[in-house]
Design a protein around this ligand. Structure first.
Ligand code: THU
Length: 128
């Protein structure tokens, strides 16, 4: 299954009753495994989480750490890009050359590298 198809399938499960804005995300790891996530909103709005955050949690929970490719999808005219917080979360496991494809349900897409989306990602001296 393509990464876009995986992200589209995850998007179908989004819990977005407050914004009405469903997002799907899919991550491929260096070993080829695919993990997906969708946004999960909450009646207490700030407690909601992004699709990328869900996909990262699924990956880490399964013992994987190395992101090789990312795809996110929403039903918009133009592709959406990951929010600032998710850029930092992705950068924890994705190097600057990792491609991030931002797609629409209708088939448009743009691909940028992680380092373009988040130059100078924050890392501590203890970063792994
Ligand atoms: N959202 C994501 O899931 N990923 C992003 O990169 C941007 C925003 C979600 C959060 C919220 O549930 C909805 O989209 C509207 O902001």
């Amino acid at each position: 299954m393509s990464l876009l198809k995986a992200a589209l399938a995850a998007r179908e499960n989004a819990h977005a009753p407050y914004s009405g804005f469903a997002v799907g995300a899919a991550i491929r790891t260096g070993s080829g495994a695919v993990f997906t996530g969708c946004n999960v909103e909450n009646a207490s709005y700030p407690e909601g989480s992004c699709a990328e955050t869900g996909a990262i949690a699924a990956m880490v929970g399964a013992g994987a750490r190395d992101i090789a490719e990312v795809c996110i999808v929403a039903d918009t005219k133009a592709p959406i890009s990951p929010c600032g917080g998710c850029r930092q979360r992705l950068a924890e496991f994705a190097g600057p050359d990792v491609p991030v494809t931002m797609a629409t349900v209708s088939g448009d897409s743009v691909t940028m590298r992680m380092g373009e989306l988040l130059p100078m990602a924050f890392r501590t001296a203890r970063g792994v």
